[in-house]
Write a protein that binds this ligand. Structure first.
Ligand code: APR
Length: 296
């Protein structure tokens, strides 16, 4: 039974996720933690103001101190800073990596039995850093990325074919970046190159349109569905960024893979039948992720 969920980073994604949680799960406590205390408190107040209409019993807190996340069943990491002018991607990565490592140490201290879900980008790196810093079981630390990419893919396929999204059989795995791998699970369903490209650049398109922020609804709904799978012990197959341990000949790096999600976290990593080219691509990506990790 999930009683307490804490969200680190009460920005666009964190606050929208909190609203999704309130609408979909009955939990005792929902904690929003942000370095900007006023931001966390404002989001908590705004969310609380829906109680008179939605009639939930969840206690909501906007906090700054990590002691308040004590004994959370699930902790979501959605904190970070956006890239500023003159800042390289590596500079940004170093800053967000430090924020993630700092948060992970606190999660380990106050919620040692929690399941941790990372959302902050670059997702596969951040997930890996949180896993290493907490030293939690790899079954309990994973990243939300490929399930959002899959939702984006199913949306496009649904619009192309006129079928419902749930009847389109395809998914995305590998890195949560433009190098993601788009896979069809239906023999007759070929995925066009144009469709693959649209999925790969969907997140970037949203950033370009917003100019100063990234997607909110997609990431938060995808994360809420992961939390529901855990909370309701669904044994549902969802692609998440997970520590690979020999799958595809890759070890010690986090990448998106379809996993069986239940109350324990990741109950099983599903190893796909890959083409030689796909295997080679994954190996190349894991090498480049390892090189990036050396720089931070
Ligand atoms: N501790 C706690 N919170 C922090 C810290 C920190 N050290 N540093 C920054 N934050 C908070 C910010 O104050 C902000 O409220 O993290 C929040 C991030 O929110 P936004 O800037 O609105 O970013 P958001 O759109 O929510 O995206 C968060 O999710 O999808 C990914 O790419 C996205 O990496 C990004 C992350």
């Amino acid at each position: 039974m999930i009683k307490k969920i804490s969200i680190i980073g009460a920005g666009g994604v964190g606050s929208n996720l909190a609203f999704n949680i309130l609408n979909n799960l009955s939990i005792e406590q929902l904690v929003l933690l942000d370095i900007n205390h006023d931001q966390a408190k404002a989001v908590a107040c705004d969310l609380e103001d829906t109680r008179g209409i939605l009639d939930f019993s969840t206690q909501i807190k906007g906090v700054k101190n990590y002691s308040k996340i004590k004994d959370s069943d699930i902790v979501v990491f959605s904190a970070g800073i956006p890239r500023k002018e003159g800042m390289s991607r590596l500079d940004l990565l170093r800053i967000n990596a430090d924020i993630a490592k700092g948060a992970a140490a606190q999660i380990k201290k106050y919620s040692p039995k929690s399941i941790v879900i990372a959302i902050t980008n670059p997702l596969d790196i951040i997930t890996y850093l949180i896993l290493k810093e907490t030293k939690f079981s790899p079954k309990k630390v994973f990243g939300m990325g490929s399930s959002l990419d899959t939702s984006r893919l199913l949306n496009i396929l649904s619009k192309e074919t006129g079928k419902s999204a749930s009847s389109c059989q395809a998914f995305v795995f590998g890195p949560h970046s433009k190098d993601m791998i788009v896979n069809s699970t239906a023999r007759k369903q070929k995925i066009r190159k144009g469709t693959r490209e649209t999925v790969k650049y969907r997140g970037a398109k949203i950033v370009k349109l917003f100019k100063n922020k990234s997607a909110v609804f997609g990431p938060s709904v995808a994360c809420c569905k992961l939390i529901e799978a855990i909370s309701h012990n669904k044994s549902q197959i969802i692609p998440v960024s997970v520590l690979l341990n020999g799958e595809y000949g890759i070890k010690n790096i986090c990448l998106g893979a379809r996993c069986l999600i239940d109350r324990s976290g990741i109950a099983k990593v599903i190893e796909e039948d890959l083409t030689v080219a796909q295997k080679r691509k994954l190996k190349k990506i894991s090498f480049s992720l390892k090189e990036t990790l050396k720089k931070i």
